[in-house]
Design a protein around this ligand. Sequence first.
Ligand SMILES: [Mg+2]
Length: 267
Amino acid sequence: MKPHYAIVTALWLAACAATPEPPVPDQHRELGVVWVEHSAEYQAVAQQIYAQARRDLPRLLADPDWTALPGHDAAPEKPPAIIFDVDETVVSNADYQATLAVEPYTRWRHFDWMRSHRAEAVPGAAAMVEAARDAGVTVFFLTNRACERFDGVAGDCPYEKVTIEDLDEVGIATDAEHVLMAWERTGWDKEKLSRREFIAESYRVIMLFGDDFGDFVACTRAKPLPPCTEPATRASRHADLQRYAGYWGNGWYILPNPMHGSWTTVR
Ligand SMILES: [Mg+2]
């Protein structure tokens, strides 16, 4: 290689190293938003997942040895519970996501949008909650919406109230005891493992519902949070996908989300 080309190549490689790959190309993000917001296909997939889960509920409930939390011993003496994520699992954010083409995401903007607009339902979720409650199962909502103060807004945790209102708008009544926010207690960061473990202290968790790998599996993020010490990678997530193969569609039910999530930042 001539020295001139070597210098150009070195500069090009340095530029590549300095410029991180964008999380999701914009045109793909827009396609994802349109798909969730407008397609019959998205609605059909969500209904299909929740219909399967409703059929599975009696079987999982009746099996005293069943738990949807890997590594947990059977706990037939504990009352049954199921755990839902909120955004893109029960409440659709597609309308909000469409605004990101104009203004970037901030926690304040997401909070302000959600308190200002009527929540859109993910089809099938409310019917699943109703079926679970009819069967005597306690329902928890475990969300990474943040418990934090916002300037000019009353209360220490205003997003919890807005979340309860959003759930009410999609036909699900609940209360603060059953909504577990990020940072609501010490140690409840955006790694959801600690909150799943908190619920499991008192309940036999029989089903998980979410749209993000982290709603099911620990240590799925590019930026690890305790107790995770290593960044997740695409390879580590695929290894976990196989490790827990028996749970997908069998106690674990993942909704499609082509718009955002921890999958966008791992490499
Ligand atoms: Mg979600």
